[in-house]
Design a protein around this ligand. Sequence first.
Ligand code: UD1
Ligand code: MG
Length: 447
Amino acid sequence: MERPLSAIVLAAGKGTRMKGERPKVLHELAGRPLVDFPVRLALGVAADPLVVVVGHGAEAVESTLRGLHGEGPLRFARQLEQRGTAHAVLAAKEQLAGFEGQILVLYGDVPLLRRETIDRLLAAPAGPLALLTARPERPTGYGRILRDAEGRVVRIVEERDCGPREREIGEVNAGIYRVEARFLWSALARVGSENAQGELYLTDVVALAAREGGAFAVAAEADEVAGVNDRYELALAAARLRREINRGHCLAGVTVVDPENTYVDVGVEIGQGAVVEPGCVLTGATRIGEGARIRAHSVLEDAVVGEGAIVGPFARLRPGTLLGRGVHVGNFVETKNARLGEGTKANHLTYLGDAEIGAGVNVGAGTITCNYDGVQKHKTVLGDGVFVGSDSQLVAPVTVGKGAYVGAGSTITKDVPEDALALSRAPQKLVLGWAGRRRLSRGQKKP
Ligand code: UD1
Ligand code: MG
């Protein structure tokens, strides 16, 4: 029978090297806070309870995770003073009182770990402890793995405590462990703080395991165990994740023209046969229908795009945007809380906010919904088949009935009935010969 499994995610550190007030683990990768990656991984392997150790910015970290996952198996432990990774694990002890079985320990700043790797760690031979190790191109900053003549893991030396020979070691500690609960608590009671940082290092537990039954190393890819300690590492991790996300979409039948320069949040859905051109940013709960085309440099936030629609280049779809099948939204068009029915077109230089727009509507260049009166937002309704001439303002609340026309350059402040023409621009005046007389009076030549 499988042993019970619980997890501890360490997320109390300040992240001094991030240089800022925000707790390190709340910095985001592809729209998701760092700490949420290990949390999802632990939930994915059904770890229960799952204890997140919080300290720096505890309230913010807790409320972010509660907002994402509700209560469930999630529990929080406070580490009031950050005295090292072993000290952090000890903070979770109370929440795990009486738990017998395996504990998966994950670091809140290691976001790219794959499920398959965790499965291999969990399947490692029985013993007090198993850990993930990797061989990154530059091992700088990581704890180094010391092995004996037989190749058995003996202990871990942190970068700051390394001698010159140890610094040469290429195999590093990923900070991910599977450890027997009973062994863990007994080992932690024996960890001291005789090291360069005067902290309680969780890595010392590995040395104890090596002596008391073995520490089993499971190899992982360097990229997936990369820790995020400063904003450059954050950017590197984001680039790796970006590649992976876009690869996933490509393999699912989406043409991502330039995967290095297309920014798609985790959780965005893109239908088969869709094309996403370079420079696009697709965030939050954005969903794109089959065969749609998102042209270069468009930004979509929580937007829904129907099948076969064409968006951009340079369009901005803000939250609450819902484009029907075959809609065209062109360059420099911004939408917010706007529904556009099937086949509707807004091709140039337009703002559509708080708008309910039917099918087959033509929104001319430069059309603006004036949805805000300085206090409240108001709604614009355009019925099916409406034609709005260029450079028109629709002063909300206002409704234009089915099939009606709004003449170019109009400011519409009153409802327009079905099939009517509304025209509010001043009639054009013609003064014949005016320009010629003016030139003459100034001694200018005729063009
Ligand atoms: C740690 C490991 C190192 C490993 C590396 C992998 C130790 C002593 N070192 O170093 O061997 O190669 O991770 O990325 O474990 N944290 C707390 N409370 C604390 C201290 C840290 O919750 O008091 C949390 C941090 O929020 C972070 C994680 O533990 O999520 C790791 O801490 P960090 O300071 O980044 O350790 P590293 O120096 O990266
Ligand atoms: Mg770290």
